[in-house]
Design a protein around this ligand. Structure first.
Ligand SMILES: Cc1cc2nc3c(=O)[nH]c(=O)nc-3n(C[C@H](O)[C@H](O)[C@H](O)COP(=O)(O)O)c2cc1C
Length: 262
């Protein structure tokens, strides 16, 4: 066939496009499990960070992190019942995916949707740290809308199921240098020891730039806001209101504290 023939040009372009698309598809399919494994490892590192199992997760090898993670008990929680679920496998359940599946998707009533989620999974994966039979910590995944992105993190509670042991933010897409101050370890450290609920079981926790006198009852529920990032921090406050409110973990925490809390 003549090199100047339009037919030959079309054939060469079509074959090249086909070969390239096959190569890209094969690469995407074969690399997906590896990418997934890296994502899982990242998530596990964040969970171990708030578990209290190690002071220096940053310097731990991947194998050490996986070893520490195996000390945690992984359970699924049915949020509406506020009870553990035993009919699904917690090792493979993915709450983020489940929030899009008809079997697990729960629409959040507009008046309760303070974190602007729309839907959530009926089940969430939680992580329990025990010393023998005694509950030491519970680690709860949380997420909600920031200024530009969905913010994901984990909140660890002490065995009283009310006092914050640690917060970590695992994913966010807020503006670097502005909203991403929520990643600041010093700010996250200020969450430690703060409480969620008061004696009447009202959610008192809040993030604000109000000056709250130290050593007062109010101070025990209060984390300082950060100047210039109020929109992102409102997002974090709202996700706390959602996840520790009646449509989130509140019922589960109450039930668990009756059976296992200290
Ligand atoms: C380009 C741009 C990006 C911004 N990104 C963020 C952000 O990620 N998070 C945030 O809270 N505020 C961000 N802001 C600032 C907000 O618009 C708002 O001024 C700020 O949250 C108010 O905080 P303040 O009341 O502490 O001053 C951004 C502003 C601009 C112009």
């Amino acid at each position: 066939m003549n090199n100047d023939s339009p037919l030959k040009a079309i054939m060469v372009v079509t074959v090249t496009a086909l070969v390239c698309s096959v190569l890209v598809t094969v690469a995407a399919v074969t690399l997906r499990p590896i990418q997934r494994a890296y994502e899982d490892l990242e998530r596990i590192r964040f969970i171990v960070r708030v578990s209290g199992l190690s002071e220096s997760v940053e310097t731990m090898s991947d194998l050490e992190v996986i070893g520490a993670f195996q000390d945690l008990e992984i359970r699924l929680v049915d949020l509406d019942r506020g009870a553990f679920d035993s009919s699904n496998n917690p090792d493979t359940f993915d709450a983020r995916e489940a929030a899009t599946e008809p079997q697990f998707r729960v629409a959040i009533p507009a008046e309760l949707d303070v974190a602007s989620l729309g839907t959530r999974s009926s089940l969430e994966t939680v992580y329990l740290l025990r010393d023998g039979e005694t509950l030491q910590r519970v680690i709860l995944p949380i997420h909600g809308q920031g200024m530009w992105s969905t913010i994901y993190g984990f909140l660890a509670l002490e065995s009283d199921l009310n006092t914050i042991a640690a917060l970590t933010i695992s994913e966010q897409g807020e503006t670097p240098g502005i909203g991403d101050v929520i990643l600041n370890p010093e700010w996250q450290a200020r969450w430690q020891g703060r409480r969620l609920y008061d004696e009447q079981r009202s959610l008192r926790f809040r993030i604000s730039r109000e000056v709250v006198a130290a050593n007062t009852e109010d101070a025990s529920y209060h984390v300082d806001g950060l100047a210039g990032a109020t929109v992102t921090l409102n997002g974090v406050m709202n996700l706390m209101r959602y996840w520790f409110g009646p449509h989130g973990y509140s019922r589960f925490l109450q039930n668990l504290s009756e059976t296992e809390g200290s």
